[in-house]
Design a protein around this ligand. Sequence first.
Ligand code: S3P
Length: 426
Amino acid sequence: MLLEVRPGRPLRGTITVPGDKSIAHRALVFSALAEGVSCLLDMPDSEDVLATQSCLKRLGVSIIRRGGTVEVRGRGLRGLRPPKRSLDAGNSGTTARLLMGLLAGQPFAARLTGDASLRRRPMGRLAEPLRRMGARIRLLGGDRLPAQIHGADLHDIRWASPAPSAQLKSSVLLAGLLAQGKTTVTEPLPSRDHTERLLPFFGVQVARRGRTAAITGPARLRAVRWRLPGDASSAAFWVVAATIVPGSWLRLPRIGANPGRTGFLRVLRRMGAHIAGSALTGKPEPACGLLIRSAALTATTTSTKEAPGLIDEIPLLALAASQAEGTSRFQGLAELRRKESDRLSGTVRLLRLFGARARVEGGNLVVSGPARLHGARFDPRGDHRLAMTAAVAGLIAAGRTTVAGAESIAVSYPGFCAELKRFSGT
Ligand code: S3P
């Protein structure tokens, strides 16, 4: 599908973004392991989340979806059934990694695979701790999927994660739920903490100290009823769009406000963005309404320490930086190369195509602005976040912009193109 964008009207009004994808994966998996029926409201219908849902169904979990409401009949910690066919995580790294942790502790074998992009992403750094816990895992693509996972009675480990990655951390903690003893994960820098917040909500204690989280297994999970907050990473496209399209104002109700996800708001405010937030509400994940007005931006530098909290929004922040006065530096982005595509070079390719100045220096991204953008034909090579970033760029780029393969956007935000049409001149 070809998405066409032209500069159009200022963005004015209210946009309701779908429920948080990162949280939705966890809520589904924990509900599947819980005792009782969970009811999850405002669940996104992004393809990534549907991939988790269909893998869990293949493992014998009854999941009924009516619009945004999902009912999950938990099977308890050991109640999953051996799948008859391969489990397909599609494009979703979170699905694949959470399932690896889950399957490591089951008394059966399963095969896990994904699409071409997911089959290029590293899995060895997760297989290693799960093997140490007792699982037998064969990665049939070298360091990559497909994986043949022979679950086992797991034992606890103390694991120092090689990367600030919530997927790795969550997967090992998930295996820890099924293991005998206390499983401890320490990260080099803190990553998003949805797993640590949600597990206590499902009745499992998590001991947290600084960059370390520990749980004692085997654990029992209870069912929950819960409304998910809006996805901050989806909201980010509108936050940046309203900031850089002159004359805009946008209201975004009930956006997830977990500090591990809202780093982009702090960075944009530092750059001069006008972003007002209402009071925080909600547990175990806070949410708040946002009001954004367009603003003139100045350059900024983000540190390596900030990077894990910004990682999914770097392409957008780089676009914002292309409109800011001065040279911005985003440091410590090595993990960005391991996303749905090499998003570090993809971001530079995107910005340059639109006429902005950007380069990679080691693991850092350097963007100089302000640049007057011109329309471009962009191929995101299947990466949903690059596709949406290019579409937002199209709102301020003179002339016509096209984004090829825009169906990839449904991976995280199926309603994005329909919303965009309200503001684009096409
Ligand atoms: C996610 C964690 C992040 C993020 C991804 C979702 C999660 O990846 O980029 O979009 O749900 O745990 P890493 O675990 O690689 O940091």
